[in-house]
Design a protein around this ligand. Structure first.
Ligand code: JIL
Length: 273
């Protein structure tokens, strides 16, 4: 009975995502004020700084980085692309994979200009902002594929998509809590993606705290399982990760722009046991 209920919850969530609108989603979350590189308290610069530190403090290395549930965004791998020579992007929806492919193939008509993001991460790396063109070349070189994924499946990706030994690092931003009908499903999904990671590999997880819904497009209200820090830490422990660092960003009033009811953002660096 419980299994049937879980299946129904996941199917209902998948139905919600059929109306997801990448262009609107990018507009809601990845333009000012949430992405204002002149504001120290803007969310995107905070996220980029967390990722930069995590990828460059010396313990994260290897060949393969997999981004779980990329959505239509690239920011999550702008630091990792300097550390790994193979990056896989993944998403559940073809519309998001197409958005990513358009950028990777430099076809134009992307729904967001990633230049300010590339420039900001170059600045974090101590490079001149004009090095953003070199970073773009590097990123296009290391992204080896853009693949389907379903974190609710015990095997989230197609067989052989990731070497059987596992990836060296996973990054996932705002995905698991936004696609899970409840906390048990979130925890199960965390376990499923853990199977894609080698023992000793790192997980960099960014997510929403206290969020119960967000707009995936005009009038497209998508339910989210509201999480607190303790639940995130407990789910990580339950699924075989050792927490290295947890950082929390609390949204200032003017970052609450009506596209969701998120109260905070967590950043986790963890290691698979
Ligand atoms: N079963 C599945 N497996 C894997 N991925 C799946 C599955 N179903 C859907 N997906 C895929 O996962 C989705 C990822 S986008 C999820 C959006 N998360 C919530 C949103 C994000 C956000 C961003 C920024 C800020 N902020 O404060 O700056 C706050 C917030 C909070 N609201 C989407 O790409 C879908 O295509």
């Amino acid at each position: 009975m419980a299994e049937k209920r879980a299946e129904n919850g996941v199917a209902a969530m998948a139905a919600c995502y059929q109306r997801f609108d990448p262009a609107a989603y990018l507009q809601y979350n990845y333009t000012p004020p949430r992405a204002d590189f002149d504001r120290k308290d803007s969310i995107v610069p905070w996220k980029l700084a967390c990722l930069h530190r995590a990828f460059t403090e010396g313990d994260v290395n290897g060949e393969l980085l997999v981004d779980i549930g990329s959505g239509p965004t690239l920011y999550q791998v702008l630091s990792g692309c300097e550390v790994f020579n193979q990056v896989l992007l993944t998403d559940f929806l073809e519309v998001n994979r197409q958005e990513l492919r358009r950028w990777v193939r430099d076809e134009g008509s992307c729904n967001l200009d990633w230049t300010p993001y590339l420039q900001y991460v170059c600045k974090l790396e101590g490079r001149r902002p004009s090095a953003w063109t070199e970073k773009a070349v590097k990123l296009r070189k290391v992204i080896k594929d853009i693949l389907p994924i379903d974190v609710h499946r015990p095997q989230p990706m197609a067989p052989g998509a990731v070497p059987s030994a596992g990836a060296d690092c996973l990054v996932s931003c705002f995905c698991l809590e936004s696609v899970s009908p409840d906390l048990p499903a979130f925890t199960r999904a965390l376990g499923h993606i853990g199977k894609l990671l080698r023992p000793g590999g790192h997980l960099l997880l960014i997510g929403a705290l206290g969020e119960s819904y967000y707009l995936g497009g005009p009038g497209v209200k998508i339910p989210v399982v509201p999480l607190n820090e303790a639940q995130v830490c407990s789910s990580l422990k339950e699924t075989g990760y050792t927490l290295i660092r947890l950082e929390v960003y609390t949204l200032p009033q003017d970052m609450r722009v009506g596209v969701d009811d998120v109260t905070g953002v967590f950043f986790v660096k963890a290691k698979k046991d």
